[in-house]
Design a protein around this ligand. Structure first.
Ligand code: GUN
Length: 293
């Protein structure tokens, strides 16, 4: 049954467009440069930053990674961010979350120059997104989901969208993107969260259901309207005695159960994940273009 939204293929298409913009910058003697900051040795963060470094190189971007020990003070991390803000050769800055205890992530994200905030986490960029100002940076994961919807031919205008999860990285910005009075938006958006009454009832009304709550296989077939578009943002590690390391990653959607009911669905892995990095690359090129124009 081929109702899959192929995130790898759509990310490759987007990366092709990014490559063209990198080439155009190269003809002006400019190479987009992203600085990664990783604090501590969180294993998932190491994997994610490694993937971002690799994609940067593949697309012709320069990347520099700063690794700090998990004993780093907030003042020292702020000093590094300030140095990167002032460095005219750096166009994008990404401080990988989660940060160690004792460091206040919002303080760090707010210290990044908004013009270099390729994560879209700075309050100025959050505000621009809310206001429908296209000049800011859109956070990579919800931005990637938006591109998946657009490029899979999903009708967004007038659709009932239900988002599971109200986090600052996915749920809230996702709602802001889709509710705008704009092309590829104009949806009716509901956000459900841990205190919502009758989540299943909300889900069953959705034409587009976006799961970003961080609960393994939460969305079951009987929560999905037949023909709905289902996007699985979840990354959950569950025990699996048959796996080499005793665990594996699953999404927020019970894929095997939901796929036959859905009109279209993202696989996981291979859906939202590749889009997040593609959007980061695009944001970095956008930063390089606007800082050098
Ligand atoms: N950790 C998990 N997702 C993200 C993200 O989009 N950006 C950063 N900086 N850290 C993350």
């Amino acid at each position: 049954m081929d109702n899959l939204i192929d995130g790898r293929a759509i990310a490759a298409e987007l990366n092709g467009e990014t490559r063209q913009r990198v080439a155009a910058l190269a003809s002006r003697g400019i190479q987009p440069h992203i600085a990664f900051v990783r604090v501590g040795e969180d294993p998932a963060s190491k994997v994610y930053v490694g993937m971002k470094e690799r994609t940067s190189a593949e697309l012709g971007l320069k990347s520099t990674t700063h690794v700090l020990p998990d004993t780093t003070s907030q003042a020292d991390l702020l000093a590094l961010v300030e140095r990167l803000n002032a460095d005219r050769t750096v166009h994008g800055i990404l401080v990988q979350a989660p940060l160690p205890r004792g460091i206040d992530a919002p303080t760090i994200f707010s210290a990044v120059d908004p013009r270099k905030d390729v994560d879209g986490f700075h309050p100025v960029n959050v505000g621009k997104l809310m206001l429908g100002d296209a000049g800011g940076f859109v956070p990579c994961t919800p931005g990637g989901v938006h591109e998946l919807l657009i490029r899979s031919g999903t009708t967004i205008a007038g659709a009932e969208v239900v988002i599971l999860g109200r986090g600052n990285i996915v749920g809230k910005p996702m709602a802001a993107i889709l509710v705008q009075k704009a092309k590829h938006a104009d949806a009716t958006v509901t956000i459900c969260h841990s205190r919502s009454a009758d989540i299943a009832g909300h889900c069953r009304r959705a034409d587009i259901l976006i799961a970003a709550l961080g609960v393994a296989r939460f969305v079951k077939a009987d929560m999905v309207k037949p023909g709905a578009v289902v996007i699985d943002v979840g990354v959950n590690r569950i025990a699996d005695p048959t796996a080499k390391n005793g665990s594996r990653l699953v999404g927020d959607v019970d894929f095997a159960g939901v796929q036959p009911v859905a009109g279209k669905i993202t696989p996981n892995p291979g859906g939202v994940g590749p889009m997040t990095i593609a959007m980061l690359m695009r944001n970095t090129v956008q930063a390089a273009e606007s800082l050098t124009c």
